[in-house]
Design a protein around this ligand. Structure first.
Ligand SMILES: Nc1ncnc2c1ncn2[C@@H]1O[C@H](COP(=O)(O)OP(=O)(O)OP(=O)(O)O)[C@@H](O)[C@H]1O
Length: 140
């Protein structure tokens, strides 16, 4: 039991490290709180609440992963390095994909609950995102 409590303590230290050093994490927590709070006032189904919770948490998870990767890279190679730059860029891309996924979930669920919008608009956003990746990624 003591070991479990210690693990929770270390995890809490990790969380406060991310919170104190990452501006994006703080913004994502603020937006997440707002989204979760608003969802309480909407007539959502259990599954929709689940997707909203998932959307909020997946961004925080990926931002934490991004922070870990950045810190590892800074530790093993503090100097400017082309490969380090690429790894950090890809790590940032992971967060972006999660964020767009969350927006898609939000548009589908909030769109229906607030504006009676078709879920297809969420899919259209996902299509636009994927098309942008294809169009703007220059092949080398
Ligand atoms: N050591 C490095 N070598 C090459 N490019 C780097 C290096 N460090 C950062 N970069 C470039 O700068 C971008 C931002 O990196 P940085 O580590 O500052 O992340 P950040 O998103 O600003 O996070 P944080 O504010 O938490 O440090 C990277 O995606 C990469 O393109």
């Amino acid at each position: 039991m003591k070991r479990f409590i210690n693990s929770v303590k270390y995890a809490a230290k990790g969380l406060s490290e991310i919170f104190n050093t990452q501006n994006n994490f703080r913004i994502q927590i603020f937006i997440g709180l707002l989204v979760l709070f608003i969802s309480l006032f909407l007539n959502l189904t259990g599954i929709e609440f689940l997707w909203i919770a998932f959307a909020v948490m997946i961004v925080l998870l990926m931002e934490s992963l991004n922070t870990v990767i950045e810190k590892i890279m800074d530790f093993i190679n503090p100097e400017y390095n082309h490969i380090v730059g690429k790894i950090k860029d890809i790590s940032a891309a992971i967060v972006l994909i999660a964020a767009v996924f969350s927006v898609v979930i939000g548009v589908i669920i909030f769109g229906r609950a607030i504006f009676n919008l078709s879920p297809k608009y969420g899919i259209i956003i996902a299509i636009i995102f994927l098309v942008i990746i294809v169009l703007f990624s220059k092949r080398r």
